[in-house]
Design a protein around this ligand. Structure first.
Ligand code: ADP
Ligand code: MG
Length: 351
């Protein structure tokens, strides 16, 4: 992706040959010196500027050559938090959010309930009926954040969202972002120099002179990706598939003897053993029958998810057990995305 401001002799190229993939559920931090092109890139991703050269796919749709109406449609799924927050002087915090809700259709009662909930989460419960002139800079900024989140956007683009916030409210906003990503599997791209936010990032992009100089998947996900590559079922998978899987996995630790899944229960997760051993068994008491012993790299729990049937067996931790888990939805999505992943799963059935 390239981009230039102006045309003819006065044209100035500010983005050069950028390549980048960002996945659902990622919190991406973008850093880089002033003038390096961060805001320009963000406005391109948000469909606020036309793509000139190269390509840019957002939510599966190519923005290059897209009509104004098409771009407007894409923008409906995006929440913008920009430095100039442009709040209307005449609207209270609650009204600001309610007006933004008119982009979508909601039942009447939601026009109060939804803004109240989000403003509450932003620590503005006692400021809901205040207009901008009676709010501090940080409070105004949080109203703008609430406005960006009100329609549950799939992508949130935030340019220095915590610059005007004190330590406590900044942490509150970051917590809200993290919760959002977990609950809605949305994607958040944050331009910031705030080191406190780095902890929340899944990926850190550094821009220098209009080019992405580095693009780093952060610690946990990276370690999971390395591990996945060594597992039989994941070893043939594409890098982007692994990144998506890794970013969606959670580490769970079970003490010795803990029951991880119970025969007959509804299946809600897929499990991949990181460390330790687990025993698969069916029945109880005298009828208990050991079916298999599993170790690092082995997986279980897929059958109930693929076939939508109750758990066919129980699994118990033999010693301390560390597993990576995927939610049912994510697992089904990954299976749908890769036929070879599905093949590997089917071949590996032992139960
Ligand atoms: P950053 O957000 O990293 O500070 P920007 O994307 O705002 O960088 O700017 C990148 C370059 O593009 C800078 O050299 C800046 O001067 C220039 N630029 C930004 N906006 C405009 C504009 N509207 N017209 C012309 N040049 C611009
Ligand atoms: Mg900027």
């Amino acid at each position: 992706l390239d981009f230039s401001y102006g045309s003819g002799e006065s044209s100035k190229q500010v983005l050069f040959n950028n390549n980048l993939s960002i996945y659902p559920g990622e919190i991406v931090i973008m850093t880089g010196p002033s003038g390096s092109g961060k805001t320009t890139l963000l406005t391109l991703i948000g469909g606020l500027r036309s793509v000139q050269a190269g390509g840019l796919k957002v939510l599966g749709r190519e923005l290059k050559g897209m009509s104004a109406a098409g771009l407007q449609e894409v923008r409906r799924n995006i929440g913008f938090i920009f430095q100039q927050h442009n709040l209307f002087d005449s609207l209270t915090a609650l009204q600001t959010l309610a007006v933004a809700m008119q982009l979508k259709s909601y039942p009447d009662e939601e026009f109060i309930r939804r803004p109240e909930r989000i403003l509450g989460e932003l620590g503005l419960a006692d400021r809901m009926n205040y207009k901008p002139e009676n709010l501090s800079g940080g409070q105004r900024q949080r109203v703008a954040i609430g406005r960006a989140l009100i329609n549950d956007p799939l992508i949130i683009l935030a340019d220095e969202p915590t610059a005007a916030l004190d330590k406590v409210t900044s942490a509150q906003v970051i917590e809200l972002f993290k919760r959002r990503v977990k609950e809605y599997n949305c994607t958040i791209i944050i331009v910031t120099h705030d080191n406190r936010i780095l902890d929340a990032a899944d990926r850190v992009i550094n821009m220098v002179d209009g080019n992405i100089e580095s693009n780093i998947v952060v610690a946990d996900a990276l370690a999971i990706m390395r591990f996945l590559k060594d597992c039989n079922i994941f070893k043939d998978m594409h890098q982007s598939f692994l990144a998506d899987a890794a970013n969606s996995m959670k580490l769970e630790i079970y003490p010795s003897g803990a029951l991880v899944i119970r025969e007959g229960d509804v299946g809600d997760k897929f499990y991949l053993i990181r460390q330790g051993q687990a025993e698969v068994f069916s029945g109880q008491g005298e009828a208990r029958k050991s079916l298999a012993s599993l170790g690092p790299g082995d997986f279980f729990g897929e059958l109930a998810l693929l076939k939508d049937v109750p758990r066919a067996a129980s699994v118990v931790a033999e010693g301390k057990l560390e597993v990576y888990t995927l939610s049912k939805d994510k697992f089904i999505e990954l299976v749908g995305r890769s036929s070879s992943f599905e093949e590997h799963l089917k071949k590996s059935y032992f139960h």
